[in-house]
Ligand binder design. Structure first.
Ligand SMILES: [Zn+2]
Length: 67
């Protein structure tokens, strides 16, 4: 049994000409569906961490641009 909690992910754009990076906080399913805000290309998760499940709502996702 898997509990769908929030995770924090570090994502990078797979387009090497774009190289945008984002931090996303939400369910793993929602994070996997994210697209790059700059080029609409696929993102690759390069790191995962547990996040406090303070959002509660399933499917909610919070995306920030990472340095
Ligand atoms: Zn991109």
């Amino acid at each position: 049994m898997t509990i769908a909690g929030s995770v924090l992910a570090l994502l990078v754009c797979r387009d090497r000409a774009c190289r945008a990076a984002f931090e996303a906080d939400g369910t793993r399913e929602a994070i996997t569906d994210l697209r790059c805000e700059d080029c609409d290309g696929p993102l690759e998760a390069v790191g995962w961490a547990d996040s406090e499940p303070y959002h509660g709502a399933r499917g909610h996702i919070d995306v920030r641009r990472a340095a």
